[in-house]
Write a protein that binds this ligand. Structure first.
Ligand code: LMR
Length: 330
């Protein structure tokens, strides 16, 4: 009996030595975000999942959690540092606790258009900003566009004075708070997941978001007026934790990085397309009136909001502001 038993044990040991280990558990990557799936960020995250699973089958398992299902926007970075989520792409306005430099992107009327934003983000200065969160244990993997923000409200916002005394939901950014204070508004920092209800129940009068967020979250159904202001930017930084990135095996990390790069390029194409098509869809829905801004009206908003630049110049950095402005020249 003992002899048979040892023979069996030896046979099992032999088999274990000769067959390669194929059953190591896949590396799990949870990608958490707050927007709907059919948005630039949502589609980018899903494309990343597809690419990684094609290229690293059985080795890496990507799971995307949209619509704040896993973490709301104010919790996701803390969760990332605790290892509970591996990828996210919060809006650039949501990094204030981690770096003051990214606040640059919140300055109203800074970039002329998305081409200027792209030029700046791809410049040496823009790329260096991706590292601004490293001291806090995060790594910026790239930018992804959504687009320029529009102002929405219950009553038409034609001139800065129309915002006086109105409550506006904003992201967690002091610059965005100052921007609305400049026009006499009352800013309230609230998570994205609460915006629809805040608007529907009239707990706030208005908000700001790009076309694809307004359309995908149906804000236009509870905001009868949208002013096409293009007054600020809503873009994202794709981010992971330094610890997670460093621990990835040598053969896996470049594939993840390349897949992210391709997914971001795809997300940027979606952003460009949705800026036009979701705007059209909102107009065609007839639920919200889209108000154009004349040059003179725009000049008044610029004049009212621009003092915010000076107010935050010390935190953001004068040179950084100048570099962003330079990107407006082709
Ligand atoms: C918001 O909170 O308004 C946006 O940051 C949501 C998003 O991620 O686009």
């Amino acid at each position: 009996m003992t002899f048979v038993k040892s023979l069996l044990t030896a046979a099992i040991a032999c088999a274990a030595l000769t067959s390669p280990i194929t059953h190591a558990a896949p590396i799990e990557i949870k990608f958490s975000h707050v927007v709907a799936e059919n948005t630039p960020k949502g589609r980018m995250a899903n494309r990343f999942e597809e690419l990684v699973e094609q290229r690293l089958p059985g080795k890496v398992d990507v799971k995307v959690y949209p619509n704040s299902q896993l973490f709301g926007d104010n919790k996701v970075l803390e969760a990332m540092l605790l290892g509970d989520v591996q990828l996210a792409a919060p809006s650039l306005s949501k990094f204030q606790k981690y770096t003051k430099q990214l606040q640059l992107f919140d300055l109203p009327f800074l970039f002329d258009d998305m081409a200027a934003v792209e030029r700046f983000q791809q410049s040496d200065v823009g790329q260096k900003l991706l590292q601004s969160v490293e001291k806090k244990g995060l790594v910026g993997m790239g930018y992804i566009h959504n687009g320029m923000k529009q102002l929405s409200a219950y009553a038409p916002l034609k001139l800065p004075a129309d915002a006086k005394g109105k409550k506006f939901r904003i992201q967690t950014s002091d610059i965005l708070a100052a921007q609305f204070e400049q026009v006499g508004g009352i800013p309230l920092k609230k998570p994205f997941s609460e915006v629809f209800t805040l608007l529907q129940t009239k707990a706030v009068d208005g908000t700001e978001n790009p076309w694809s967020n307004i359309y995908s979250k149906k804000f236009h159904e509870v905001q009868p007026y949208i002013t096409e202001s293009n007054h600020g930017l809503l873009d994202y930084m794709v981010v992971t934790s330094k610890e997670f990135l460093m621990e990835l095996p040598e053969d896996i990390r470049p594939v993840i990085e390349q897949s992210l790069k391709e997914a971001i390029a795809y997300g940027n194409e979606v952003a460009a397309e949705k800026t036009l098509s979701d705007r059209e869809a909102i107009i065609n829905s007839g639920r919200s009136e889209v108000i154009a801004m004349s040059e003179d009206e725009r000049a008044q908003w610029v004049k009212a909001m621009k003092p915010v630049w000076k107010q935050f110049e010390g935190q953001v950095g004068k040179e950084l502001i100048q570099a962003a402005l330079d990107s407006n020249q082709k």
